[in-house]
Design a protein around this ligand. Sequence first.
Ligand SMILES: [Zn+2]
Length: 254
Amino acid sequence: MIFDTHAHYDDKKFDQDRYEILDSLFSSGVSGILNCATAIENFKDTLDLSDKYEKVYAALGIHPSDCYRYKSMEDALNVLYDTIRDNDVRALGEIGLDYHYDFSPKESQLPYFAAQLEVAEKLGLPAIIHDREAHGDVFEHLRKFKGVAVIHSCSESAETVRQLCSKGHYISFSGSVTFKNAHSVREAAKAVPDELLLVETDSPYMAPVPVRGERNDSGNIRYIISVLAEVRGGTAENIGRITEENAKRLFKIG
Ligand SMILES: [Zn+2]
């Protein structure tokens, strides 16, 4: 069984066949999916999916590339807080920092990230962290964070991963671990203790080799798991089992 800890099935790329795909995933070995909202505008779509499917769980947060949308951060955070309080939400995310794209200026990303980490602490929820070319600032914020974080689609160094794991944070690997030039990601994958390892697809994005460039879905997580088994040693079955157990413990499932 396989737990995909990061996907976006509300994305418009699934408008044609969303329910067919989810039905087929749940009848072929996927035991859970955390669907991560990225903006207030798509909170409802994520909540609707988690209502419709017993095995789809909701994460709500404001993505760093989406914080430019709101006039008032305080109002946006109030909506986030109230929506989480009134619904069955298992994580805060995805939140973080993205210095690769400049949809939102750094000056607005930073306060949103800090404030949402506080919300995660207050609500006792794990925080799903997006870190693109912002390792230093993400690390600084997590140093002060008293909750549990999940580094989504890990691109940190093995050394940073070791430090994050020593504080009890989880590390989630996506299709990027399968990419030909991603030697440092595979080094990082060796540095994670079994009990903090997670896998994800980031569907519909980040399709792994050998389907790189195609629309991604959780069925492709087996390619990620097989690379992890190869670099860490052991069997794909075992990686599937431990990552599923970790996800269920972290998101308080079953
Ligand atoms: Zn994502």
